[in-house]
Design a protein around this ligand. Structure first.
Ligand code: APR
Length: 233
């Protein structure tokens, strides 16, 4: 393997599946049980805020019952031991990467455990419910929403992500269906910019053909194996 100095990793719901968190687009997945436009759009929130706040309260509550799995642990090990540049860009709103010990994390779709105030636009760490309309800790207005990126909204920190992709010599996508842009386009961006590209996913994703290499299997097995390869190379 050529020497790797700079890695960008994209993770999706598949990396948390073995922890017991539903993915979105599988049979029985989150989007089969809920209409996306009701619970994951600004329009849905405007129409029925109680429904939306309750939905994210349930997802936040569900986080208490799950633990990071072997894939999160392996990425945390990579973060600790890899001396080069690393950025783990996650589409996940759970906190399992952090709980496994990873530090170089960017949540491009926001975080369940953060609240965003519509009045003062400040973010606050959040562990409790939002459906009871608690006051914003900063401005006291009862205007908190989940700090997650809904369909139709701009993902967070895109400038930082693209500058990391420009520098990357390896781009790895883990547990994501490649159905949602802009994340689904990162493989082409990274490849155009000269990075080698690798997919680790249960099945071939929608964008699988864009990767130099695609390995199929469970993240809990594939990710520790791949991290071993990087750390001994
Ligand atoms: N190991 C590896 N991959 C897995 C596993 C597993 N144990 N289980 C499922 N997968 C794969 C599935 O095969 C699928 O390709 O993970 C992928 C999950 O895809 P999605 O459910 O579409 O989730 P994701 O790609 O993260 O969705 C992207 O869309 O719904 C929005 O904002 C939401 O961040 C989310 C975004």
């Amino acid at each position: 393997m050529a020497e790797i100095r700079n890695i960008v990793i994209l993770t999706g719901a598949g990396i948390s599946a073995e922890s017991g968190i539903d993915t979105f687009r599988s049979a029985g997945g989150l989007w089969e049980q809920h209409r996306v436009e009701d619970v994951a759009t600004p329009e849905g929130f405007a129409r029925d805020p109680e429904l939306v706040l309750g939905f994210y309260d349930m997802r936040r509550e569900a986080l208490r019952k799950v633990q990071p799995n072997a894939a999160h642990a392996a990425l945390a090990r990579l973060d600790r031991q890899f001396a080069g540049e690393l950025l783990i860009v996650t589409q996940n709103v759970d906190d399992l990467h952090e709980r496994a010990g990873a530090r170089r994390i960017l949540h491009m779709h926001g975080e369940l455990k953060s609240a965003l105030c519509i009045s003062c636009e400040m973010r606050s760490p959040w562990d409790a419910t939002l459906s009871d309309r608690p006051p914003c800790p900063v401005c006291r207005a009862p205007s908190l929403r989940p700090d997650v990126v809904w369909f139709g909204e701009m993902p967070y920190q895109m400038d930082r992500i693209y500058s990391a992709l420009r520098e990357a010599d390896l781009f790895v996508s883990i547990g994501t269906s490649g159905a949602v842009y802009p994340a689904a386009g990162f493989v082409r961006d990274a490849r155009d910019l000269g990075a080698r590209t690798l997919e680790l996913n249960l099945e071939r994703s929608e964008g699988s053909a864009w990767f130099h290499e695609s390995r199929q299997g469970k993240a809990g097995e594939l990710v520790p194996e791949w991290v071993d390869e990087v750390l001994i190379s």
